[in-house]
Unconditional design. Structure first.
Length: 96
């Protein structure tokens, strides 16, 4: 999916939740995309599965971290040695 592609492809009236919650929930889980819920024909809420929300938050945090690293590189801050960093990460994973 490109950065500019609109991920909101599902639009449902609020009655979809009230009248058939199970189908609405299934749609959220199967598509893993946000669903816009309308009220009186206007966008009111955006609903997504918990799993999709967690993935979205993780992507956002990763983006923030990468942005910080880009800023550090641009400012000339010395970088850590790759081998030392990789060894430290591997050690942490093995100790969990």
């Amino acid at each position: 999916m490109s950065r500019h592609e609109n991920i909101i492809t599902n639009i449902k009236p609020s009655t979809a939740i009230r009248h058939d919650y199970n189908s609405f929930s299934k749609l959220c889980h199967e598509t893993q995309n946000p669903v816009v819920v309308t009220k009186n024909g206007e966008a009111d809420l955006v609903v997504m599965s918990h799993e999709a929300y967690q993935k979205m938050i993780s992507r956002h945090r990763l983006g923030q971290m990468l942005s910080e690293v880009d800023h550090e590189i641009a400012s000339g801050k010395p970088m850590r040695d790759f081998e030392e960093t990789f060894a430290a990460i591997k050690k942490r994973i093995e100790n969990e």
